[in-house]
Design a protein around this ligand. Structure first.
Ligand SMILES: [Zn+2]
Length: 186
């Protein structure tokens, strides 16, 4: 299968928002977001988050080992939001939803890693920021998001149980309200 070249750039939350505002979804348009965690590597295995080399190793994994046409769209760590598969084309991450969903991989194993403190909380905040941006730009309701483990064709429990769907949705809704309020101040 022809490999869809990756973007391979990292952004903080504000730069990611600006980046997404410059995109246009003309050929493919996602209708919701699917959230994953990497499990391996865990946070401890990536003490400084992802590097360019890690991202390039993921290309080798998905393209050469798996033989896939693409991977997930975003890899998010405690420092940055890495754009992997371009957000304007379909990716490969959840058997049932590749054609319809954006795939976000969060660094961590949230069966073991905390998702409400320390580095896990920073990953969560970056993920919420990225989701809020994508929901706002694409007109997606945060309520439509799914966890990978909700895919009936998926056998593994992803993301870990510390990731609570309704809490994540609430975080995104709260940030959207907060950003919207900010717009009225300027
Ligand atoms: Zn997954």
């Amino acid at each position: 299968m022809a490999w869809k070249e990756i973007v391979g750039s990292a952004f903080d939350a504000d730069a990611f928002d600006a980046y997404c505002h410059g995109l246009s979804w003309t050929a493919w348009r996602p209708s919701f977001i699917t959230v994953h965690n990497t499990a391996a590597p865990s946070l401890a295995q990536r003490p400084n988050g992802f590097t360019k080399t890690h991202i390039q190793n993921l290309v080798t994994f998905y393209r050469d080992k798996q033989g896939w046409s693409a991977g997930p769209h975003l890899f998010i760590d405690d420092r940055q939001i890495w754009v992997f598969t371009p957000l304007t084309v379909s990716g490969v991450h959840s058997p049932s939803w590749n054609k319809t969903a954006l795939g976000i991989e969060m660094l961590g194993d949230y069966d073991k890693d905390a998702f409400d403190s320390g580095r896990g909380l920073l990953v969560r905040q970056n993920t919420v920021a990225a989701m809020a941006t994508l929901c706002a730009i694409l007109g997606m309701d945060p309520l439509t998001m799914k966890l990978h483990r909700e895919d009936p064709k998926t056998t593994h429990a992803c993301p870990g149980t510390h990731v609570k769907k309704l809490e994540l949705i609430q975080d995104v809704q709260d940030l959207l309200v907060q950003r919207h309020a900010g717009e009225h101040l300027v």
